[in-house]
Unconditional design. Structure first.
Length: 679
């Protein structure tokens, strides 16, 4: 008995839908060239890659076709608002891999794509050389070449057309075919033929890929966070914008370029938190700046005790005079007293009893905060209002924003808003405060956030740090995610700071500022070594500035302000420290030591770091450094100058000895140069 015939299953949906079908004899055939493995390309082109103005962009792709014909391939680039493409010839690397390079200009959005075709003249030229080398008669081949050149002459104009016509005539029935064939290999003819190539059957990458170009500050910045209300020189008095102006020389003197202020808006009264996040507050307790909104106004209002709109404008101008930019915290949440609560109750989630649901992050409860509902029926009005908040502060001269908990708001909202803002203000920078799952953090970066907080604070060993930085700088993530390393924040006081004391503060400062081109600290808590936890082992500060005024003695003994200034000076003086793409790691024979270097692309500048992760004991060992990777001649000695102490040493070869006492200084930061070279 024969087996039943197998049923004919339909192909999966979409399979074969785009296959070419013959139509008529006059229709051109489909292109033969294909493109694969294009880089950089994020999620098939769904999201842009990131660069800063003047950056070099390297585009690679596998480009090939059936058969053995020679190919030509172009990288095409334009600003989004331009209609004309700039065409850049791509170079063949190996194994069907091609590369094109260009530099981006001013901030904005750029597009790039690929075009490739079978190049009959390149194929003819390649084969002509082989025929000549073999001593074959090339008379017929010369006629084929002449026809190709004559066709190019018709596509050309002016002097180029006349030159190509002369070449075509010279290739037809010459007295000495071999001599004519050798002349036809002339590079000048090849250049003309490339200029007027036959691209009628060219293949095009079926998508335009996008680049978001931002100003340099998006790639390289040093942030300093402070609470304006704690800037008063008098203990117990609420600080003002004028007090912050007086604090500017101190911040600028440490070498920071961005001064970040937590929310500066009116603070709600209902459910206001007391010291140490107590549910009940006392008269005069200032509450949390993140409980935004009161009768005085909301997200576009100024806390009356900080000062007026004019006072704020004076602060923005004064900061600029000190080489500082002001960054503001944008937190889309409301106190129960925020004007939006009455005007737009539908923007908030309701509990079964009709009351608005306050914010929670179990086990934490934020009774003083109502989260906004980005899924509300009136979502479009909420989105537009959020955009207007940013526009207000842009109108006040602010261009840098730290966005609070963006991962708790709609992804689509941020993609729309950031694109709108950067279309109007290409110099706007957005820092995502999103301590959440990696894929969510990376998605926010893809959507447009210029920088992001990271897991740096929780990488406590040299091995963990090396693995994390390798992920951030040596994978596709580097194309869209710019890490901003913060060793502490008003919410984060990790256990090593609580138990390791001053050595941890020094080591983590050097790591944050030199492993990442963007970094920040929450001060004056950092330079003054604030490490008292609310509960041992927990990350909350005792007497946190989030809930009360603090008075800081900036001249207290043991301040790290001088070390911070030296680190920031090294960052400014050394281009190697201003990027992440030049980071390399070197092995040591001691797991407590991390050895790494930052090197410029042309290897004209190299900085080598060695950090001791043990805050209690001297750690020593041999670091195995590759001198060639640092732009050095490995056969000659080289000099390392510690940018933190001024000490100099002469090293030679790959293996060199280091010892770091954390009680003195747990890190070396060496400028590396060949012995005898000018400083």
């Amino acid at each position: 008995m024969s087996a039943p015939a197998s049923p004919r299953l339909p192909p999966p949906a979409g399979v074969g839908a785009d296959l070419p079908r013959p139509t008529s004899r006059r229709a051109p055939p489909p292109p033969r060239v294909v493109f694969e493995r294009v880089s950089p390309e994020i999620d098939g082109g769904r999201f842009p890659v990131k660069r800063t103005e003047g950056d070099r962009v390297v585009v690679e792709a596998d480009v090939f076709a059936d058969g053995h014909d020679e190919l030509a391939c172009l990288l095409k680039v334009r600003r989004e608002e331009d209609r004309r493409w700039i065409e850049i010839p791509m170079a063949f690397l190996d194994n069907d891999r091609w590369r094109g390079v260009f530099r981006v200009g001013a901030p904005g959005r750029y597009r790039y794509t690929l075009e490739g075709w079978i190049d009959a003249f390149r194929t003819w030229r390649r084969d002509m050389k082989k025929w000549l080398d073999a001593g074959q008669d090339v008379s017929v081949e010369l006629e084929i070449g002449a026809r190709l050149v004559a066709a190019a002459a018709k596509r050309a104009t002016g002097a180029d057309a006349r030159a190509l016509a002369r070449w075509a005539k010279a290739l037809r029935r010459p007295a000495d075919p071999a001599a004519a064939g050798r002349r036809a290999l002339d590079d000048a003819l090849a250049a003309l033929m490339d200029r007027y190539a036959d691209r009628r059957l060219a293949a095009h990458l079926p998508r335009e890929l996008e680049i978001v170009v931002e100003r340099e500050r998006a790639r390289f910045s040093a942030w300093y966070e402070l609470f304006p209300r704690s800037c008063s020189p008098e203990a117990g008095r609420h600080g003002t914008f004028r007090d912050v102006i007086d604090r500017l020389p101190y911040v600028a003197g440490m070498g920071f370029d961005i001064l970040y202020l937590p929310p500066i808006h009116p603070i709600g009264i209902r459910h206001r938190k007391g010291p140490n996040n107590q549910v009940v507050c006392r008269p005069g307790d200032p509450g949390s700046p993140w409980a935004i909104g009161s009768a005085e106004g909301g997200h576009t209002a100024f806390h009356p005790q900080l000062g007026t709109r004019e006072d704020f404008r004076r602060l923005v101008a004064a900061a600029r005079r000190h080489g500082l930019e002001l960054a503001l915290d944008i937190a889309f949440q409301c106190s129960p007293d925020h004007p939006w609560v009455k005007r737009h109750p539908d923007w908030f989630r309701k509990r079964p009893d009709g009351t608005i649901q306050y914010a929670e992050n179990p086990p934490k409860k934020y009774q003083d905060i109502y989260p906004l509902d980005f899924d509300s029926a009136d979502w479009s009005s909420l989105w537009r209002e959020g955009l207007e908040v940013f526009r207000f502060w842009l109108g006040e001269g602010v261009r840098v924003f730290r966005v609070d908990n963006p991962h708790t708001k709609a992804f689509a909202f941020w993609e729309w808003l950031i694109r709108e803002i950067q279309r109007e203000h290409p110099d706007a920078i957005f820092l995502a405060e999103a301590f959440t799952r990696p894929k969510v953090m990376y998605r926010l970066a893809k959507l447009g956030f210029s920088q992001s907080y990271t897991y740096f604070a929780w990488r406590h060993t040299a091995r963990e740090m090396r693995a994390y930085l390798t992920e951030l700088t040596r994978t596709e993530i580097a194309e869209f995610f710019r890490p901003n390393f913060w060793p502490n924040t008003p919410d984060i006081l990790t256990e090593p700071f609580q138990t390791g004391g001053r050595p941890v503060f020094m080591a983590r400062l050097v790591l944050a500022a030199t492993l990442a081109a963007n970094y920040g600290i929450y001060g004056p808590a950092y330079e003054l070594g604030e490490n008292r936890p609310l509960v041992p082992g927990k990350e909350e500060y005792l007497d946190s500035e989030k809930y009360q005024l603090r008075h800081w003695d900036l001249d207290a003994p043991g301040s790290l302000r001088d070390l911070i200034a030296r680190v920031n000076r090294a960052r400014r003086d050394h281009p190697a420290l201003q990027r992440n793409d030049g980071l390399v790691f070197f092995d040591t024979d001691n797991d407590q030591l991390l050895c790494y270097a930052k090197v410029t692309e042309d290897r004209s500048d190299a900085v080598l770091g060695v950090v001791n992760f043990d805050p209690r004991h001297t750690q020593a060992g041999w670091a195995t450094v590759d001198p060639a990777a640092l732009g050095l001649d490995p056969r000659r000695p080289y000099e390392v100058e510690d940018l933190l102490t001024g000490n100099r040493y002469t090293w030679s070869g790959p293996r060199n000895y280091v010892a770091l006492d954390p009680a003195i200084l747990p890190a070396h930061l060496f400028h590396v140069r060949q012995a005898g070279a000018r400083a």
